[in-house]
Design a protein around this ligand. Structure first.
Ligand code: HEC
Ligand code: HEC
Ligand code: HEC
Ligand code: HEC
Length: 338
C-alpha cells in the first residue's frame, strides 16, 4: 500500500520531470547543416526557436546618415587628431556620432571628452578609445584571414556598453581556493561557465589566448616517440575547446571530425578560420589591451591588477559569425578600413 504522502510526492515528481523535459528540450523541426563529408556526423543541429532568439539579439543599429564632404582633412580642422588624420572633417564627426552610439549611448560625447575641450586627452576613456580605433583598423586591414570582408566595428564587441559583456581577467584567489586540488592556478575542478559548466581548467585564456602554450596534444603515432603531452595539457586544450564551442554556439563537429580530432584533412575551412582567430586574439590582448593596463583606473582592473581582455565570446557572443555575419564596417570604410 502506498501512503497518501508518497502518492503526492510521486505526482509532484512526475510533473517536475515533465516540466524539466519541456522547458529544456528543443522542439522539432530540427534543422541540420552538413559541415563535412557525408556519413561523418559533422552536422550542426539547430532549432527555429533558438535561431529566432539569436536573430533578435543581433539586430544592428541603423548606420549614421552619410556626411556631406567638407573638403578639409580633420587634422586641418581640429587640434589633436592622431589616428583619423586624413579623414574628411565632416566624416570625422559622423564617426564620433557612431562611436557614441556603439560605446556610450547613455553617457554621450562626455564619456570620452572633457567638458568644453574636445582636444584635451582627458578623461582616460579617450586614450583607450584612440587605441581601440587603431585596433579596429588593424583588425579590418590585417586580419581578413579571420574577419573577412565582414570586418568589425566598435559595436561588434561593445553593443552599446562601455565595457563589453564578454571579457576575462586572470583567475581570482577565490576561484583558486574553490578548487580542492590545492589551488591550481587555472582553477580546475570547480564547474565554470567559461568552459561550458565542466570542471576543466576554468581559465584556459591566460595560457592559450594571451600566452602561446601549444594547443595540439595528440601524438603522430600510436606509440609516441617523445614524451608527448601531459594529461594536464590535454585538459587545458579541452577547456579552450569548450569555450570556443560555447562562444560560437556550435559543437565540436563544426570544426572537427571527432573520430580524428587532430586531422586537418577531415574538416573544412571553418577550423582554419578558428586557427587564425586564436592567433588574432593573442595579438589583440598582447599588443592592445595589456599595454593599456596603467591607463585604466584601478576600478576597471581584475583581482590580479590585470586589464580586461578579449576571448572568442567578446565578438561572437553565441553566434558562429559575430552579428550573424552582417557587416557594419561597409558603412564606415573611410574611417575603419582606410
Ligand atoms: C568612445 C569615445 C568617444 C566618444 C563617445 C566621442 N569621442 Fe570624440 N574623440 C575620441 C577620440 C579617441 C578622439 C581622437 C581621435 C584621433 O586621435 O584620431 C576624438 C576627437 C574628437 C574631436 C577632435 C578634437 C580636437 O580638436 O582634436 C572632436 C571635435 C570630437 N571628438 C567630437 C566628438 C563629439 C561631438 C562626440 C559626441 C557626438 C564625441 N566626440 C564622442 C573619442 C570619443
Ligand atoms: C575586439 C573587441 C573590441 C573592439 C572591436 C573595440 N573594443 Fe573597446 N574595449 C574592449 C575591451 C575588452 C575593453 C576593456 C573593458 C574595460 O573597460 O575594462 C574595451 C574598453 C573600451 C573603452 C573604455 C571603457 C571604460 O569605461 O573603461 C572605450 C572608451 C572603448 N573601449 C572604446 C572603443 C571604441 C571607440 C571602439 C571602436 C573604434 C572599440 N572600443 C572597439 C574591446 C573592444
Ligand atoms: C571553432 C572551431 C573549433 C571547435 C568548435 C572545436 N575545435 Fe578543437 N581545435 C580547433 C583548432 C583550430 C585546433 C588547433 C589549434 C592550434 O593548432 O592552434 C583544435 C585542436 C583540438 C585538439 C588538439 C588536436 C591535436 O592536434 O592535438 C583537440 C583534442 C580538440 N581540438 C578537441 C575539441 C573538442 C572536444 C571540441 C568540442 C568541445 C572542439 N575541439 C571544438 C578548432 C575547433
Ligand atoms: C574581433 C572580433 C572577433 C574575435 C575576437 C573572434 N572572431 Fe571569429 N569571426 C569574426 C568575424 C567578423 C567573423 C566573420 C567572418 C566572415 O564573414 O566570414 C568570424 C568568423 C569566425 C569563424 C567562421 C564561422 C563560419 O561559420 O564560417 C570561426 C570558426 C571563428 N570566427 C572562430 C573564432 C574563434 C575560435 C575565436 C577565438 C579564438 C574567434 N573567432 C574570435 C570576428 C571575431
Amino acid at each position: 500500500m502506498i501512503g497518501f504522502g508518497t502518492r503526492i510526492a510521486i505526482v509532484v515528481g512526475v510533473l517536475l520531470g515533465v516540466a524539466v523535459v519541456f522547458t529544456t528540450f528543443g522542439f522539432p523541426p530540427v534543422n541540420s547543416t552538413q559541415n563535412g563529408p557525408r556519413g561523418t556526423g559533422m552536422a550542426q543541429l539547430g532549432y527555429p526557436g533558438a535561431l529566432d532568439r539569436l536573430k533578435a539579439a543581433n539586430v544592428l543599429p541603423e548606420a549614421q546618415p552619410a556626411s556631406e564632404p567638407s573638403g578639409e582633412k580633420s587634422s586641418a580642422v581640429y587640434e589633436n587628431v592622431q589616428v583619423l588624420k586624413d579623414l574628411d572633417s565632416n566624416e570625422f564627426l559622423r564617426v564620433m556620432q557612431a562611436m557614441t552610439e556603439w560605446v556610450a549611448p547613455q553617457e554621450g560625447c562626455a564619456y570620452c571628452h572633457e567638458d568644453g575641450n574636445l582636444a584635451s586627452d582627458k578623461p582616460y576613456q579617450k586614450i583607450v578609445a584612440r587605441r581601440m580605433l587603431q585596433m579596429t583598423i588593424d583588425l579590418n586591414k590585417n586580419w581578413s584571414a579571420h574577419v573577412a570582408e565582414t570586418g568589425v566595428t566598435c559595436y561588434t564587441c561593445h553593443r552599446g556598453n562601455p565595457v563589453p559583456a564578454e571579457i576575462w581577467f586572470m583567475p581570482s584567489p577565490q576561484s583558486k581556493m574553490a578548487t580542492y586540488a590545492g589551488g591550481r592556478p587555472d582553477g580546475q575542478n570547480a564547474p565554470s561557465s567559461s568552459v561550458g559548466l565542466t570542471s576543466l581548467p576554468a581559465n584556459p585564456f591566460a595560457s592559450y589566448l594571451l600566452g602561446n602554450t601549444p594547443i595540439r596534444v595528440q601524438p603522430d603515432s600510436a606509440l609516441p616517440k617523445g614524451p608527448g603531452a601531459s594529461i594536464q595539457a590535454t585538459e587545458g586544450t579541452y577547456g579552450l575547446m569548450m569555450h570556443m564551442s560555447d562562444a560560437l554556439g556550435v559543437n565540436c563537429t563544426a570544426c572537427h571530425n571527432t573520430q580524428a580530432l587532430k586531422s586537418w584533412e577531415q574538416n573544412g575551412t571553418i577550423r582554419a578560420k578558428a586557427w587564425h582567430g586564436i592567433r588574432m586574439v593573442r595579438e589583440l590582448n598582447k599588443d592592445y589591451l595589456v599595454p593599456l593596463t596603467s591607463t585604466f583606473p584601478a576600478s576597471r582592473l581584475g583581482h590580479e591588477g590585470d586589464v580586461a581582455k578579449i576571448n572568442c565570446a567578446t565578438c561572437h557572443q553565441g553566434a558562429n559569425k559575430p552579428l550573424l555575419g552582417q557587416s557594419m564596417v561597409r558603412d564606415y570604410l573611410a574611417s575603419l578600413r582606410p
